[in-house]
Structures are given as structure tokens and as C-alpha cells.
Design a protein around this ligand. Structure first.
Ligand SMILES: C[S@@+](CC[C@H](N)C(=O)[O-])C[C@H]1O[C@@H](n2cnc3c(N)ncnc32)[C@H](O)[C@@H]1O
Length: 203
């Protein structure tokens, strides 16, 4: 478990965000993908670092087959126990570190507030596997932390704007918003955020 400022365990985080709506980055990626492909492609997705499942639930609601991956069994227990777990779509859960987890080719790859928690040395190889999993027109949705983020440390996978743009070389960005300002963490504590919000279409 990575303990970071604002909370001492992932379980505390799951409790704090429980019942929150899906991330806007995922919703935007799904809307764009559905508009482009409709029923012409298989609805397949990975939700990496799925946590308590706010995004997995949205993917299932939209009838995706989802591989939800998290290194914390507790996250997958939260997800399985959700009263609002849709009966549409199909769900496969995998308890594994993202550095080690395997995934098939998918149409949508979601990693909401997850990639920064990758072992820093592994981020490049992990990203290459994400890019390789997407076909032309497939969407990536997620966030990367920038160097001004209050949690930035050698223990996290941090990238500056130039590095994020380089990561997106194989994509047409549909959203690339950089936020660098004071805000609140999930527990309501003060925190300086430096985040890139990304929705991108594979070329
Ligand atoms: C900030 S939470 C985000 C959860 C959810 N995606 C969301 O948007 O609320 C980060 C999640 O990544 C998971 N995580 C942290 N390090 C991980 C790793 N190395 N491999 C897989 N999951 C990891 C944590 O257990 C946690 O559930």
C-alpha cells in the first residue's frame, strides 16, 4: 500500500469517495468512442487502479466487458459489494500490481488517478503496454501528476508537460488540461494539485 498525504490507507480513500460519480475523463472518452463507433466494435475496457469502482460501474452500465485491476483486494471487495453494480456488461476483477498485471487488447483503457502510483521506473514500460493494447480509435482516459504536485516524490510516477505530450505521440488528444493550483484532497484537507487530465484517441 502506498500511503500518501491526506489518508493513511486506501480503504480510507474508498470510504471517502464512495458513491461519487464516474470521472469526467472517462465519461468524455466513452461519449466520444460511442459517437464514433456505436455498435460497430466490441465494448471492451480495462479499468486500471479501479479503486472502489466508480468508473467500473459506469463502464458496466454502458454494457462494456471490463477487466478491473487493483493491487488492493479491499478495492475489489468494495466493488463487488456495491449495491449499484449493474447487471449489464461483464466484470472480471484482477488483484495485481499494474506493473505486473496483464490485459488483452481493449477499446477503452481507463486509469483514473492511478498511473502516478506506479513504481516510477516502470511507468515507461507500463505506458508502452497501454498504448499497445489500444486499436486505432481506441480511447485512453486518466490522469498524470506533474512535478509541482504536493505529493510529487521519487516514489511516484511524475511527468512534466513535455513528457506528457511525448507520451501522447501515438494519440490525438481530445482533452489535455493542466491544473496547477491549491485545492482539497479526498479527505477534505488542503493540497496543491498539479495534474494533467487526459482523454486521447489512438491514431
Ligand atoms: C487514488 S486511487 C484511484 C481509484 C479510482 N480509479 C478513482 O478514480 O477513484 C488509486 C488506486 O490505485 C491502486 N494502486 C496503487 N498502486 C497500485 C499498483 N502499483 N498497481 C495497481 N493498483 C495500484 C490503489 O489501490 C487505489 O485503489
Amino acid at each position: 500500500m502506498t500511503c500518501i498525504a491526506g489518508f493513511t490507507s486506501w480503504d480510507e480513500y474508498y470510504k471517502a469517495v464512495s458513491g461519487n460519480p464516474p470521472r469526467e475523463t472517462l465519461v468524455r472518452a466513452l461519449d466520444a468512442w460511442e459517437k464514433e463507433f456505436g455498435a460497430r466494435r466490441m465494448r471492451t475496457a480495462v479499468d486500471l487502479g479501479c479503486g472502489e469502482g466508480r468508473d467500473t460501474v459506469e463502464l458496466l452500465r454502458r454494457r462494456f466487458h471490463v477487466r478491473a485491476i487493483d493491487s488492493e483486494q479491499r478495492a475489489l471487495d468494495w466493488l463487488a459489494g456495491r449495491a449499484d453494480l449493474p447487471t449489464t456488461g461483464t466484470l472480471e476483477t484482477v488483484c495485481a500490481r499494474m506493473e505486473d498485471a496483464a490485459w488483452p487488447a481493449v477499446e477503452v483503457f481507463n486509469a483514473s488517478f492511478a498511473l502516478p502510483f506506479c513504481t516510477p521506473d516502470c511507468l515507461e514500460a507500463l505506458w508502452a503496454r497501454i498504448v499497445a493494447a489500444l486499436p486505432q480509435g481506441g480511447r485512453f482516459a486518466g490522469q498524470i501528476f506533474g512535478p509541482d504536485d504536493e505529493w510529487a516524490s521519487p516514489a511516484l510516477g511524475i511527468r512534466d508537460r513535455a513528457a506528457v505530450e511525448a507520451m501522447l505521440a501515438a494519440f490525438e488528444p481530445e482533452q489535455l488540461d493542466e491544473i496547477n493550483r491549491p485545492g482539497k484532497d479526498a479527505m477534505g484537507g488542503a493540497k496543491h494539485w498539479h495534474i494533467f487530465y487526459i482523454v486521447a484517441r489512438k491514431r
